[in-house]
Write a protein that binds this ligand. Structure first.
Ligand SMILES: [Zn+2]
Length: 425
């Protein structure tokens, strides 16, 4: 829309979004309640990052030359173990949430660590800073796949602490509108005993909580679950009672068509993390096929397995890797057998995954600037100093949209709102 008026209620819900009329504009201007965009400014929906490992923030950009299982043991678990220190957690989480809001992430779906106090701190930081967030206290108890210094003492402890975290978030003062929600979070099947997975499945049924876990991420993880469970990751997650309408399955690169039919039938979603997949998943999720199959797909950075914090980068990567999948990458192979025809998605589709589709995946009224939706939005300014985002007077609106999607950087994001509240700028 080129000349729109968006009206937001006190509860943060958009009540009107249509062509502006002079009477309404004058009314809001006189009341001092009108924000007018300059010709260089554009409003877009806030970005929804559906896969973030909050405690991994300090290792962004490191060690991704290692395969997943080595990366976990040699770097990640050692770092995550440090969150027994609440002060360390507060320092890191404060920086992380501030940074993500500055980059336009209005909703974050977070893994915390196994530490209940640190994960409560993450919830409080998101609430205080005004970021919409779904947060999970990570559960992982299998001595065969988790280090001694970073593992739940038993399945019962992990389940009890998950229950306590849910109670805490649901009764946080100031969280009456449920800006922050708890998520049941078994790290992934390899890290959890059957007893823990069953217990968390039961808790999911009792509490109606959203669930997040990893699913068929890499060759190693996919094969490990097949071997141990005698069935695919998606089927096992479903059978443990962990797949519901609000389950977010990270990656899914190695899911089969029948796995995805199961995911679709449950109304669950795959969080596509293209950069992380390219570096550590041995395959790229065929997003286009998933969408054609009717599966909910949303987008994630996978901090710190994905080593860029900006969802605009995740959008660019989603479009890029889909083209690589379509065309193939090995020029010694014949062109017609090099790739997977029809796999490419446009940058606009990728942007849809980061906004509207994120709202669908989480079953929340976010990701669109439309009446009835929450006002989670970014003000993009194309005329800030040092911008890489350049517009010309002959750009058509479709060109402008594409330029914004490919070239927005942190400095272009002048203001950020979540639930109607200004949280940046
Ligand atoms: Zn992950």
């Amino acid at each position: 829309m080129s000349d729109a008026l968006i009206v937001i209620g006190r509860d943060g819900v958009i009540t009107r979004a249509d062509d502006s009329d002079r009477n309404s504009v004058d009314h809001f201007r006189r009341a001092g309640r009108l924000l007018e965009l300059s010709p260089s400014q554009y409003l877009v929906p806030g970005l929804i990052d559906t896969h973030i490992h909050a405690p991994q923030w300090p290792q962004m950009g490191t060690a991704l030359d290692l395969p997943l299982e080595k990366w976990l043991f040699e770097y990640t678990f050692k770092l995550e173990a440090r969150y027994s220190d609440a002060e360390f957690a507060r320092r890191v989480y404060d920086d992380l949430v501030t940074t993500l809001l500055a980059n336009g992430t209005t909703t974050g779906v977070y893994y915390g660590s196994i530490h209940l106090p640190a994960t409560k701190i993450l919830a409080q930081v998101c609430l205080d800073k005004g970021q919409r967030a779904l947060i999970g206290r990570v559960a992982m108890d299998d001595p065969k796949q988790c280090p001694d210094n970073y593992r739940d003492g038993s399945a019962a402890i992990a389940i009890d602490e998950t229950r306590e975290f849910i109670r805490f978030v649901r009764s946080m003062r100031g969280n009456e509108v449920r800006l922050i929600e708890p998520v049941i979070t078994p790290r992934f099947i390899p890290a959890c005993t059957d007893e823990l997975l069953r217990g968390l499945g039961k808790l999911t049924g009792e509490t109606g909580c959203a669930v997040q876990t990893h699913c068929s991420e890499s060759d190693w993880e996919h094969a490990y679950v097949l071997e141990r469970m005698g069935k695919s990751d998606a089927t096992a997650i479903r059978d443990f009672g962990l797949m519901n309408r609000r389950t977010v399955l990270a990656h899914g690169c190695h899911t089969t068509v029948s796995d995805r039919a199961l995911i679709r039938n449950q109304g669950a979603a795959i969080s596509h993390c293209p950069l992380s997949n390219a570096l550590g998943s041995n395959a790229v999720l065929p997003v286009k096929s998933c969408l054609e199959e009717g599966v909910h797909v949303c987008l994630g950075t996978d901090i710190a397995g994905g080593l860029r914090a900006s969802m605009f980068d995740a959008v660019a990567m989603a479009a890029t890797v889909s083209k690589l999948l379509e065309d193939g990458v090995d020029a010694t192979k014949a062109a017609d057998s090099r790739g997977r025809a029809g796999s490419g998605i446009s940058c606009v589709t990728a942007f849809y995954l980061a906004t509207t589709a994120g709202g669908v995946a989480l079953d929340l009224p976010i990701g669109l600037l439309k009446p009835g939706y929450r006002f989670d939005a970014l003000l993009i300014d194309t005329a800030v100093p040092d911008t890489n985002l350049r517009l010309y007077d002959f750009d058509k609106s479709v060109d402008i949209l594409q330029k914004i999607i490919w070239n927005t950087e942190r400095q272009n994001i002048k203001k950020v709102w979540v639930n109607g509240r200004l949280v940046k700028g």
